[in-house]
Design a protein around this ligand. Sequence first.
Ligand SMILES: [Zn+2]
Length: 649
Amino acid sequence: MSKQPIAPAVPGPAANASDMLQPVSLIDYRITGGFWADFQALNRGAIIPHCNGSLERVGWVENFRAAARGTLASDRVGRLFTDSEIYKTMEAMVWENARKSAPDLEARLAEYTDLLTQAQHEDGYLNTFYGYDGGPERYTDLNWGHELYCAGHLIQAAVAAERADGPQEFITVARRLADHICDRFGEDGSQALCGHPEIETALVELYRVTGERRYLEQAKIFVDRRGHKTLGDTMYKGRDYYQDSVPVRAAKVLVGHSVRALYLAAGAIDVAVETGDTELFAAVKAQYDRTLERRTYLTGAMGSNHHGETYGDDFELPSERAYAETCASVASVQVAWRLLLATGEVRYADVIERTLYNSIISSPSVDGRTFFYVNALQRRSPGIDPEPGVPSLRRTDGTRASWFTTSCCPTNVARLLASLSAYVSTTDESGVQLHQYAQGTLDTHFGEGRHVRLAVTTEYPNAGVVTVSVGETDGESWSLSLRVPAWARSATLIVDGEPRKVGPGRVSVNRRWSVGDEVRLELDLKPQFVHPDPRIDHVRGCVAVERGPLVYAIESVDQPDADLDLVAVDLSHAPVDSDVPVGIDGVVPVTLQGVRRTLADGSWPYGASDTEVIEAPQQLTLIPYFRWANRGKSTMRVWTARTDVPTGA
Ligand SMILES: [Zn+2]
């Protein structure tokens, strides 16, 4: 009698039966300690309650109450996309509840779901900004109106609820809304599309949990409809801004508004995978790969232009003017995850790691109550404090704000951290793959009903040893695969006490396992210099430091006597771990040797030859980039000048 594959109890985002690698159930990997357990605790204890509190305080939940009562009026508060922040927070709460980690969130989730049920129009439409007496008409501003974007976030949250035993009525609300959208924008309906992609991936995910093919077909319609200049011209690189200049399958690289481009890419991959459209899949994969090659920051962040929150040209990656929106990083993880599942290529797990550690968790402050919207790689002057008590209009300053008028980033961080365990491991017919290293246990099935239990012990990313021990196995042979990150210049795999050197990529051990067997991966975490592609003008002649998966930064707090724009690093001294106290728990500082430069101020910052420069030795202390701006106002650099590059060069 053949055994049937066991479906995951709580499928995570983008679970698809035909992928090369299968996501494990969200609750199968339990993060039990260490770095990521701390972040999940911060999310559960601070970030999500902060989001809920802010949504109430600024009146964005009240909009739904008014809609439910039928009293929405022109005094509705907030911008046109505020509904989506409730949906993303709901998604975060759903994932938390799946792990039974926050029973106190259940009542609020039920209340929000109730409100949505009551606020939904008879024909399934639901958006508090449009369609009430005296308010803006529905679908009168598809270029900028975000209606289908908001709908997409509602649907994603409802899909999460369906997967994770959330409120049952939520999926009914989502289906009614999706049915309305299919009726309105289907093959025979309005030939329009939303300026902000998001609905595409949401509809495919809804198809995955309901089996209703109509949703998949509508997602495909939206993907195919894009790129034909349906939307209007813009001041932000024309229709590139919302990816409506070139059909998705003909584009060569991601362009325009980076969050839009990445949500669209995720949706297009979903459509391609579910419909077997290999041409579409190859096109989007190539676009993302080229974007990684030429339009991505060291931190994994994307989108370098403040103008329209857009991608710059190839290698246009300024540090201080990096837009690098947190949401783009969350979206990039979603794209990389889909590509990892579909192709099995380990480099996409590397991208997820880089982006997670360096441009997603850089958003929340240590206390989880203020956030960066943009994640610049350099700050020349200390930021200004946001005005207390009001949503901040500033997104680009050097200090975090507790909430924004456009507050997409905090809620996106919340839903990603809440679902993090879904991104850690996968299975295939041959066994189990570990992609990210988090202390915890994996209790899962693979192949045709085979069961395995593993324990992962590690202090990653501060220490480089990852120990995997087998807790339960079926006595037959299977493969345990571990990712050796691309940054690892040296790595050792130890099986049965036998060490062997391994290189970056995926290393697999196939054997008949016994309970108690142990595999140890030792990654060399010695800090190292990183050099930029010479085509990145903004950081030519500069160097950065990484330690393991963490990008480091030099912050003025740690070298109060030096102007960070006038220090230079001496490459003849290797960076070393430091025990200098920096006042932040849980980080390993790094020390560099360099110089502090002094130069006379002239009346004109250009000339025929070098200005006279006086140099004095300077020891530099660096901290992980994601922890900067937690100790008062400061300046900061990821890329620093080198002593061996002449100052006038
Ligand atoms: Zn955002």
